[in-house]
Design a protein around this ligand. Structure first.
Ligand code: C5P
Length: 225
């Protein structure tokens, strides 16, 4: 039997990638499969939590016993998280939220016109949801966890990002052509705001999910009631 160390807790997990529309038929997306976030949601449910999964683009089936809220853009993901995380004990931001979106949404399909070069796409920043949740905790003692996909100087960039975002835990993994995105396996280091660093060897995303909850549980505020 699985230890029910999340019994009585509400956790919010985000997963998948956001899609930032350019026009009614085109968007900027990313290669997130949603697998890590879904593994986190399933693991939390098995450990007794009430789980709300805010899901960007993914092809995965809804996990049993989990409330799934589908979203499209980063701004929709932010709205959904702010609503459902108000009473959450922990929020795990595993979604690949687009850092940027097209500055302009064109309401009609952008047309190809003979002899006319296309307009460049101008990007603007999306709100940083993880930084916002970390700076203005929705409830006292809420544990906030982020993910960071880095291609180089993985640990140094991860430590800097943990400090910049202000979250409690940051799961750092190296991404590359065949690493992390879309794969069933992951290798990571979990950095904590208290300075502890927990390496997680290459293995199934389910194993990394369990390690994340193992690190969240001792950081949760005392049980309510
Ligand atoms: O800044 P970067 O995109 O590398 O940070 C990744 C982490 O921040 C992930 O946990 C992701 O869910 C979160 N994020 C966010 N809002 C954004 C961009 C990323 O919450 N606009």
């Amino acid at each position: 039997a699985v230890t029910q160390d999340l019994a009585g807790r509400h956790v919010v997990v985000t997963a998948g990638g956001t899609r930032e529309p350019l026009d009614p038929v085109r968007y900027l997306g990313n290669r997130s499969s949603g697998r890590q976030g879904y593994a986190l949601a399933r693991a939390a449910a098995a450990r007794g939590a009430r789980v709300t999964l805010v899901a960007g683009n993914t092809e995965l089936p809804d996990p049993a016993g989990v409330d799934v809220l589908p979203v499209g853009t980063a701004r929709q993901l932010r709205e959904a998280v702010l609503k459902v995380a108000a009473d959450a004990d922990a929020v795990v931001m595993a979604a690949a939220v687009a850092d940027f979106r097209p500055a302009v949404y064109t309401t009609g399909k952008i047309k190809k016109i003979d002899g006319v070069e296309p307009e460049p796409i101008t990007l603007v920043r999306n709100p940083d949801i993880l930084a916002e949740l970390s700076a203005d905790r929705l409830r006292p003692g809420q544990v906030v966890v982020g993910f960071a996909a880095e291609t180089d100087d993985v640990l140094a960039n991860g430590r800097a990002k943990l400090a910049r975002k202000g979250c409690d835990l940051l799961v750092v993994n190296e991404v590359g052509e065949d690493k992390a995105f879309g794969s069933a396996e992951n290798e990571a280091v979990v950095l904590a705001a208290d300075g502890t660093e927990t390496p997680v060897p290459y293995g199934p995303k389910e194993a990394l999910a369990e390690t994340v909850w193992d690190l969240v549980v001792p950081r949760l505020a005392g049980p309510r009631g």
